[in-house]
Design a protein around this ligand. Structure first.
Ligand code: C2E
Ligand code: CA
Ligand code: CA
Ligand code: CA
Length: 275
């Protein structure tokens, strides 16, 4: 039994140092990824439920590591936040998404909004509005075709800086939406005062088939509309889910039922090109 215990301890110890090494390696590798062009954006279409038209695409970051394959963003974004690499990565994402959308427009595709996820650190940068303005200028994309996604916890605070940032983005013409809505703590007071264009209902309320969730989804849709915001359901995977959302007059949907996030060249199929 003694030997066994010692072994357990050893295994435990070595797994700690292994994790630590993994984190260090990952940080080094992530720096390399930026330099060596291993990052890609995939895009997931967002559909107007009533007309069936594609109205937007959400940009989702992909890291294609030469040995590890695709590393999911949920693994490396938190690390990027911790190490500060998120600033450089976030700027790359924003620039890339704007350039890509401008390219689609130049190719004659019907115009749509590109949605970009912002991390907390990125959103709290004092010069975020200037940065966004510069990227829009550089890419030539009209601000109306850019939407920034932030989460409830990032927005719902009394800080004057946050209000100023949101007002600044609005003044540029950029849309702001609240991602993963329903999972955080929203203050109705701020929701009604802040210049927010859209609520994105978190996948969990769509996915779990429970009466309670239906009630939550219904009330988020109603609330959005009474506050003059649009509302989109995330993670729609089945026809039943879509039918329910249609009945409840949810404006837009996004999810595997219609399409997974795809690399840019695979989106052609949704848009008959205007020549
Ligand atoms: P999110 O912003 O909530 O993005 C939606 C996630 O749900 C994406 O995962 C997407 O692939 C997935 N998804 C979409 N439709 C369905 C569906 O019908 N069923 C299921 N099961 N999943 C669906 P992904 O791409 O792995 O991204 C995970 C998270 O990583 C994102 O969650 C976002 O918080 C973060 N992220 C992704 N790209 C970026 C980025 O460029 N910057 C920052 N700061 N965060 C990002
Ligand atoms: Ca998002
Ligand atoms: Ca989300
Ligand atoms: Ca999320």
């Amino acid at each position: 039994i003694k030997a066994n215990n010692r072994n357990h301890y050893k295994v435990f110890e070595s797994s700690i140092s292994k994790d630590f090494k993994t984190i260090l390696t990952m940080e080094t590798e992530l720096r390399k990824a930026l330099k060596e062009d291993q990052l890609e954006l995939h895009y997931q279409p967002q559909k107007n439920i009533e007309t069936g038209q594609i109205v937007g695409l959400e940009a989702l970051l992909r890291w294609k590591h030469p040995e590890w394959g695709y590393v999911p963003p949920a693994t490396f974004i938190p690390l990027a936040e911790k190490t500060g690499l998120i600033f450089e990565i976030g700027e790359w994402v924003l620039k890339q998404a704007c350039l890509q959308n401008k390219t689609w427009q130049a190719q004659g595709y019907p115009p749509f909004v590109v949605g970009v996820n912002l991390s907390a650190k990125q959103f709290y940068q004092k010069d975020l509005v200037d940065k966004v303005e510069n990227i829009l200028k550089e890419s030539g994309l009209n601000a109306n075709y850019l939407e920034l996604e932030i989460t409830e916890s990032m927005a719902m605070s009394n800080e004057e800086d946050i209000f100023r940032t949101l007002e600044g983005l609005r003044a540029l013409g950029v849309h702001v939406s609240i991602d993963d809505f329903g999972t955080g703590y929203s203050s109705l007071k701020y929701l009604s005062q802040f210049p927010i264009s859209k609520l994105k209902i978190d996948r969990i309320f769509i996915h779990e088939n429970r009466k309670q969730n239906e009630a939550i989804v219904k009330s988020i849709i109603h609330m959005s509309h009474s506050l003059n915001m649009k509302v989109i359901a995330e993670g729609v995977e089945t026809e039943e889910q879509l039918e329910f959302l249609k009945t409840e007059q949810c404006d837009e949907m996004q999810g595997y039922y219609f399409s997974k996030p795809l690399p840019p060249h695979q989106l052609d199929r949704f848009f008959p090109k205007i020549v």
